[in-house]
Design a protein around this ligand. Structure first.
Ligand SMILES: [Zn+2]
Length: 212
């Protein structure tokens, strides 16, 4: 699942995974896990992040490959936050080769709406989780209080979106020529987006020769 920060991609990925009984594999989560486990790739990732740099394609690809090899991902998975680059995308094609079609859903939201959403985004003051729309006063993961992010000023948000756009356009170009690619209008209520995700998934899978 592709989409810029603020598009609601994480929420949709979580719902899809739950409904289909598949693991939701978020790059943030598996990166944290690899670092905690102290695996060789995790150690490289930690050193990179400690130095304030982004984890490179090779390390990211290795970590995702390790995760996809686990038993719970045998019959499918929902990827959230990977791939980010064309190099990662072509590595992913090799990983899923022979496993059925790779369906790519791109959640699209106009920039002004994203800026509005991100500038008013709430997070858990205790564990840092992004608050879902339906969370009222407390974090549903740890019970912590919700706070508004202070670092998400409009300028910073626009810059982050520009960076995302620059990085992801080649990725969208890479996938959009495929019959298993679908764009989703993310500028709708979350439940409407969920229904659109389901419909797009079925249509894209059928185009890839599989009934889901
Ligand atoms: Zn929390």
């Amino acid at each position: 699942m592709l989409g810029p920060p603020g598009a609601g991609k994480g929420t949709q990925a979580e719902r899809l995974a739950l409904k289909r009984g598949l693991p939701r594999i978020s790059t943030g989560d598996i990166l944290r896990e690899a670092v905690q486990e102290g695996s060789p790739l995790g150690a490289v990732a930690r050193a990179t992040m400690d130095a304030g740099r982004l984890v490179g394609d090779d390390v990211m690809i290795g970590i995702v490959q390790g995760r996809l090899d686990r038993a719970d991902a045998k019959y499918g998975f929902v990827l959230d936050g990977f791939p980010r680059t064309v190099e990662q995308a072509s590595a992913l094609d090799l990983m899923v080769g022979g496993r059925g079609p790779l369906v790519v859903l791109d959640v699209v939201v106009p920039e002004d709406v994203l800026v509005q959403r991100l500038a008013t985004r709430r997070i858990c003051g205790k564990c840092g989780a992004n608050a879902a729309v339906h969370w009222t006063a407390a974090c549903e993961k740890c019970g912590g209080g919700l706070v508004t992010r202070v670092d998400d000023g409009n300028e910073i948000v626009r810059e982050r979106l520009k960076v995302y756009q620059r990085q992801s356009q080649p990725l969208v170009d890479y996938y959009s020529v495929r019959g298993t690619f679908r764009s989703i209008d993310g500028n709708q209520p979350a439940d409407v987006v969920t229904a659109a995700v389901e419909a797009a998934l079925s249509a894209a899978a059928a185009a890839g020769g599989v009934v889901l």
